[in-house]
Design a protein around this ligand. Structure first.
Ligand code: ATP
Ligand code: MG
Length: 180
């Protein structure tokens, strides 16, 4: 499984449709300060279901929509499509390629898509839980975050290990049963 492609439009500094093609193995993104490198990582977090806009370095949800520059007017919608190569079927679905999409309109309306079909956010979160790409995952480590993990509460560290081992899926299933 590897991250194959990102299509970003109206998300943070990416006003126009931008496609980022990645290769298996290590990919390095370079560029001057403020050019949008971290915004790419934010786009990945967001499409994976990040619900806390502060984690994406914003104050309110609308902050992730391109808000215009001297030359360009603001966008009405942010969208990110993330394509994953799943030819090794590490993700437990039949598809060899999976595209996960998320949209947010200024009205506050939002949309999740899995291979172009509308789904619930929960479906996307469930798909990635326990694969390392899950919400409590370690797949994206931001500046200063390693320190947070090392100095963090035992329970938070435990959740990261559960995500890594895949056993977090059972915790979530148990919690769901308990709620009924
Ligand atoms: P550094 O090398 O300093 O870490 P970077 O390449 O990681 O820089 P980012 O943090 O990804 O840069 O991008 C910051 C830029 O994104 C800023 O110029 C900021 O104005 C712009 N930006 C963030 N949100 C929006 C938005 N909603 N609309 C337009 N521009 C935005
Ligand atoms: Mg940065």
């Amino acid at each position: 499984m590897y991250l194959k492609r990102l299509d970003i439009k109206g998300f943070k500094s990416f006003a126009n449709e931008t496609e980022i093609i990645l290769e298996p193995g290590i990919n390095i993104i370079v560029g001057p300060n403020g050019c949008g490198k971290s915004n790419i990582a934010d786009a990945v977090r967001w499409v994976l279901g990040e619900g806390n806009v502060r984690q994406l370095r914003g104050q309110k949800n609308e902050d992730i929509i391109f808000n215009g520059t001297d030359k360009q007017k603001p966008q009405g919608m942010a969208m990110v499509d993330m394509t994953i190569d799943n030819s090794d079927h590490m993700l437990p679905v039949e598809y060899g390629e999976i595209t996960v999409g998320r949209k947010l309109f200024r009205s506050g309306e939002s949309e999740y898509l899995l291979n172009k079909s509308r789904v619930r956010m929960k479906d996307i979160v469930n798909l990635f839980t326990g694969t390392g790409l899950g919400k409590r995952g370690y797949s994206i480590i931001g500046q200063g975050e390693l320190e947070q993990v090392l100095n963090g509460q035992a329970f938070d560290r435990r959740l990261i290990l559960e995500e890594a081992s895949g056993s977090i899926r059972f915790r979530q299933q148990r919690d769901e049963v308990k709620q009924r």
